[in-house]
Ligand binder design. Structure first.
Ligand code: KG4
Ligand code: ZN
Length: 345
């Protein structure tokens, strides 16, 4: 007799996406819902934590209900509940964790905490359908730009990260300077398609220091600001840019970010000797980045795994990494904590 597959409900509320998914132990996605809050945060050009937490509260139960409906199952068929409890915005995390605890208690099912960064890398495992570990993990999102040695899906060792802004954060801030909508990544990359990436020569921090596995994007952001202002003008907000100037600035900025991400990843591959690279996080959806990374790896015999764009940005499917914790005998109790800063890696 074959046993029916185990079904996991996963919940994700680390930042500004309210998401839930049902995934079975063969990593088949039975149902997935992502409710974005972009329209709530757009006029602030960034995520406002208090607004995000309140919106999660309104959406969490309808989102879970809809995921279960799409999966065509009943609550009783859920075998375990997983929730991202680190890292993220405190108020946002609390909503998902409280919902998961309530369900785990009511259904009498195990509760498993998920590290959101491990989940971003696990999206590559889900998408590829085959094992991807050990690998080098690159996470490029709104809150993180980090390189990890990943011997297993649930044991990560930090190799280096950004010393100031995350790549996605830089996209969002530059978009705001250029008068483009939030979230900035997709908007910048859209207008960049019509721009000249060589029009402005922006800095590429640490790119020529192979031993330094770090990123820095704040100098680049300032360089864009000065390029907009032009010589002798103190405030970039007084400048009316033409469409072509916006496109050129966007393309030159995007090229600088992508050069840094690709360059540092190559340095990390050299330093670790790892032969598989997994990339996750919203910025991994960037077309120029995907093309340039794939081209750079062609001659290196490194296997590249990047999830499709909908699994790069925040989603609950990637929380299937909880199966790996369950297999390792790691289950959490109802005292599962919310850890906004990264503690467990
Ligand atoms: O992983 P994610 O959805 O949320 C976090 O965990 O932060 O990443 C969101 C970030 C935002 O900063 C957004 O501007 C950026 O990913 N992003 C992109 C693209 N799509 C989303 N950046 C560059 N190009 C894109 N196509
Ligand atoms: Zn994320």
């Amino acid at each position: 007799m074959t046993l029916p597959p185990m079904i996991l409900l996963t919940i994700e509320t680390t930042c500004d996406e309210t998401a839930a998914a049902l995934v079975d132990d063969q990593l088949r996605v039975l149902g997935s819902v992502v409710a974005s809050q972009d329209e709530l945060h757009s006029r602030f050009h960034g995520v406002v934590p208090e607004i995000a937490a309140r919106a999660h509260l309104e959406r969490i139960l309808p989102v879970i209900d809809e995921a279960i409906r799409r999966a065509g199952i009943t609550l009783a068929q859920i075998d375990a509940i997983a929730v991202a409890n680190t890292p993220g915005l405190a108020g946002s995390l609390l909503v998902g964790v409280a919902a998961a605890k309530g369900l785990a208690l009511a259904l009498g099912k195990p509760l498993v905490g998920v590290n959101h960064l491990q989940a971003h890398i696990y999206a590559c495992r889900v998408a590829s359908g085959v094992d991807v570990f050990p690998c080098l993990g690159l996470i490029v999102s709104g809150g993180h730009t980090s390189l990890y040695r990943c011997p297993t899906p649930i044991r990560f060792e930090l190799l280096g990260g950004t010393i100031d802004d995350a790549a996605g954060e830089a996209f969002d801030k530059v978009a705001s300077m250029l008068g483009l909508p939030f979230p900035g990544g997709p908007a910048v990359s859209r207008v960049a398609e019509h721009g000249n990436a060589a029009a402005y020569r922006f800095p590429r921090s640490f790119l020529h220091e192979p031993e330094r596995l770090q990123f820095s994007f704040s100098g680049l952001k300032t360089a864009v600001r000065y390029a907009i202002a032009g010589p002798g003008r103190p405030d970039f907000r007084d400048v009316k840019l033409t469409e072509q100037q916006i496109a050129d600035l966007a393309a030159s900025f995007e090229a600088a970010v992508v050069d840094c991400l690709v360059g540092k990843t190559l340095h990390a591959l050299d330093a670790t000797g790892l032969k598989t690279l997994c990339v996750g996080g919203g910025v991994a959806a960037n077309r120029r980045f995907r093309t340039q990374l794939a081209a750079a790896l062609q001659s290196r015999h490194v296997r590249l795994e990047i999830a499709p764009p909908e699994l790069c940005t925040d989603n609950a499917v990637m929380g299937a990494v909880a199966f790996e914790r369950l297999r390792a005998g790691e289950v959490d109790g109802l005292d599962l904590e919310v850890l906004p800063g990264l503690v467990r890696e």
